[in-house]
Ligand binder design. Structure first.
Ligand code: C2E
Ligand code: MG
Ligand code: MG
Ligand code: MG
Length: 292
């Protein structure tokens, strides 16, 4: 036992597999601790109307402020949360925080818009997910139509009928549902038609070359045609240039989200932006916030 421990700290007797397992246990423990210690926060990225550049909504994005490591990006900790089930409490936390934030702004007289929150497949698996969402809406006073839930296409592969039912309950309550990272999964028309959704977000991989590459423009045109026939709103993700925005306008895409307008902002900066936007006629100047 003791000699085993010594050999382990020396590293020699520990297999690569064991190491990676223990590393994962450490990450999981750190994330659990972070949730309890209040190190998880929420930033907000504006979603902007392609015509007129009004802010139409915000996307809530989880942030981990680690006391020693600084900001840990969601790409690092969301997969850990998903593997370990911690995504359920984390997702609940983000959802509640976003609703509380919007309602606090409303009470302070900050003109608010809706907020979109990412939902992982494991959250939909929770038996009473719809009820939990409704409880958060009740507790915070958030009007259901101001909340959108973002799900990826892969969410629906595993358990389509039950998920569809859950989402239908939420939509009946007024909550909006949108497909995130659209185009990266099984985007078949037949399946989209069956889903109770209001909007799709074009994945940024199709936006990157917009205005430069004709193939991407053709893909966006096809997505727009499909969305129109299904009466879905379209939001483009990852918009970084005026060229991309022009192409989206040509295809009558309704809304855009990306660094061209603003990075995800900490709550205080987002609050200031919402206030500025309500006072200025020139939305474009106000909106082009570039953070380092
Ligand atoms: P997502 O839901 O597709 O969110 C959009 C991501 O794109 C965000 O990354 C945002 O910062 C980034 N982004 C926005 N505009 C641009 C742009 O112009 N260029 C580029 N290159 N990126 C842009 P972020 O915040 O790092 O989040 C990454 C992913 O982590 C999210 O992708 C989402 O899938 C996941 N995530 C974040 N917060 C949560 C959460 O609370 N719950 C769940 N389940 N997943 C979350
Ligand atoms: Mg999203
Ligand atoms: Mg997502
Ligand atoms: Mg996305």
């Amino acid at each position: 036992e003791a000699s085993g421990h010594i050999r382990n700290t020396a590293g020699s007797a520990v297999t690569h597999e064991q190491k990676s397992k223990r590393w994962n246990v450490l990450k999981q423990a750190a994330l659990r601790g972070a949730l309890q210690a209040g190190q998880i926060g929420v930033h907000y990225q504006p979603v902007v109307a392609v015509k007129g550049h009004r802010i139409v909504s915000l996307e809530a994005l989880a942030r981990w402020h680690h006391p020693q490591l600084g900001e840990i990006p969601p790409g690092e900790f969301i997969p850990v949360a998903e593997r370990t089930g911690l995504i359920v409490p984390l997702g609940q936390f983000v959802l509640r925080s976003a609703c509380e934030q919007v309602m606090r702004w409303e009470q302070e007289g900050v003109p608010t818009v809706g907020v979109a929150v990412n939902v992982s497949p494991a959250q939909l698996e929770v038996e009473n997910f719809a009820e939990q969402v409704r409880r958060i809406l009740r507790d915070t006073g958030m009007p259901p139509h101001k909340l959108a839930l973002e799900l990826t296409e892969s969410t629906f592969i595993a358990n389509l009928p039950r998920h569809t039912q859950t989402l239908e309950q939420l939509r009946a309550a007024g909550v909006r549902v949108q497909i995130d990272d659209f185009g990266t999964g099984y985007s078949s028309l037949a399946y989209l038609r069956r889903l109770p959704i209001d909007a799709i977000k074009i994945d940024r991989s199709f936006v990157r070359q917009l205005g430069v590459d004709a193939t991407d423009e053709a893909i966006v045109a096809a997505i727009m045609a499909m969305a129109r026939s299904l009466r879905l709103t379209v939001i483009a993700e990852g918009v970084e240039t005026a060229l991309q925005l022009d192409a989206l306008a040509r295809h009558d895409c309704e809304a855009a989200q990306g660094f061209y307008f603003s990075r995800p902002l900490e709550p205080e900066r987002c609050r200031q932006l919402l206030l500025d936007m309500s006072e200025r006629p020139s939305f474009t100047d106000t909106l082009r916030i570039q953070l380092a």
